[in-house]
Design a protein around this ligand. Sequence first.
Ligand code: WTA
Length: 686
Amino acid sequence: MERVRVLAGHLTADCLDINEPSISRISTNAASSQGNTVDARYHARTGINSRGDYEKMYKRSIQDPAGFWQEQAQAFTWQRKWEQKHMDFNFDRWKGEIGIEFFKGGTTNMSYNCLDRNVKEGRGSQICFLWEGNDVGTDRRMTYQQVLDETCRVANWLKQEGVRKGDCVAIYMPLVCELPIAMLACARIGALHSVVFGGFSAEALASRIEGCRSKVLVTATGGARGKKPIELKKIADAAMDISKKNGFQVKSVLLYEHPAMPKSKVSSQQGRDVWYHEVIPKQSSSCAVEWLDAEAPLFLLYTSGSTGKPKGVVHTTGGYMVMAAVSTKYVFDLQPGDVYWCTADCGWITGHTYLTYGPLLNGATSVVYEGVPTHPDPSRIWQIVEKYKVRQLYTAPTLIRTLESHGDEFVTRHNRSSLKILGTVGEPINPRAWEWFYKVGGEGRCPIVDTWWQTETGGILITPLPGAWALKPGSATLPFFGVHPVLVDDKGREIDGSGEGILCMKTAWPSTIRTIYGDHKRMEETYFSTFNGYYFTGDGSRRDDQGFYWITGRVDDVINVSGHRVGTAEVESALQSHEQVIEAAVVGYDHNIKGQGIYAYVGLHEGVERSAQLKKELKALVRREIGAFAAPDVLHWAPGLPKTRSGKIMRRVLRKIATKEESQLGDTSTLADPSVVDKLLETRGQ
Ligand code: WTA
């Protein structure tokens, strides 16, 4: 299973299956060689309105990154300014430990810059969060002053519970205002937040709580998404029970009562659980901020990789803050007072950077929608756009495809004239979905910013800037300021001009991942060992003759399901924990709506009946171990798995069988038993 093999200090490319690489995994968008061009007119208030404007600023950002970033950072409040030589990084393992530093010597506070600064600048009575509940008609608005006051109350409670600078607080919440507020409260006192998406199971939550030893958990009775209420507290209780068995005990739980799940329906444990509505209003609404070193950790967020357990990606205070603010400003042309809506959940990086921090740092009004975008019907998203007069709408290709499948009428019945910019993130967008979003959603008026980035990059790295150049459906176009992407071949040699290869970053940007929580070595191995001297993204990409990037998808064993990263290793290990399973291998396949679906090959012990019931059980097992979004779409009873003589599973073959492309299986002569392939083809669909 261990696919990352260290050879004399660095990895060989063949462990990543990139010999026949990415190229065999090019998704539809890369197939069209250049794509058609769409010139959406937009006049950006940032002043970047042509490729020339961009080139000028981009060039400067690459030639003098330290100067460029410090200029950008000046827009914020720093308690102490950074040193003259504030920026440094090392991406080369031969030269020593991998390290990244921005704004060295400076001290600041994220919560201050998101809230107090806006209030001081006169935005206290401006709406900060426009919250929309799952059910039509449920909504709530909070001004910057109100969010500041509430953040202080929660911060004071955290302090009262003994949370100190550097401690980690786990947050397992539905998407109510109290979720970003809990994040801001942690940031205020220098505690790291670790937000766990509400769709994760008890097992997944437990391992995250233990991973960063969170003594405090902020959670809710439940949440409402679609028709069924979600029983968050029940899952949180189960998670804390698991952790207790593993020897770790959560000391206090702040429990928010969600209207969809009344207090009476959940159990609470005396001495550990306290009710949000009882304890928080009693706290003072002022709380001095903790001024933190620019490099002090701000949060950690777990994400799946190709091997082992999810990793706690750590971002730091100063660099992440500046990148979040500057990218939001330029990519969405965001100005104070704009009504901006990012449909992501705070449980993912997009909800951190582009629902919470980025918009608030820019003094915007951020729409926070708790429900499902198709509830009660597929017009909901457009209804919300109309209701709040949303200017920028940032969402995911999977949702666009879902909406498209329901037809235009749901869209056109709502007034969308407020929309100026559309955005997508999370996976490659196929040109058809792009065109639909552009023509129908945005009435052919709004540029689409197809933003490429990752949990580890903290902010957007490759993206169009609205109005600055003509777009090509399916291309994320050009690097953001200060970002230096390169394409390398399987030997790590840089490819010049147009071509296709593995996407890497040559230099650091302010929100570069700093470490993996508690395991710096793993971070060095995962991102800086594949190609020495480069940050390895795990994605393949093509670059056309205009310099535009076309992301082709992951080249490692990470599956992107509806924009959510699922590590094949995690799903395999869940399946293998079933006593009737001998072995399992999981690959991705093209899925109409989700982008990629999960296809699991499962080998059973002799004599075990291959029943539909067992399939159900195995899917439920994955749901329980990881979460519903990771449940396999297809289970294939495998009589055997294609392995090389050294025992390595040849995933390329499994992918081709899953996608019914067996005519392109390639060379299978190195398999220990080539007849396995025929047996797999015979058993497909059974
Ligand atoms: C994929 C989400 C193509 C990519 C912010 C990346 C994309 C992974 C795009 C990160 C895009 C994200 N075009 N692919 N515009 N945006 N991806 O960490 O494979 O959840 O490596 O961060 O999503 O997923 P993550």
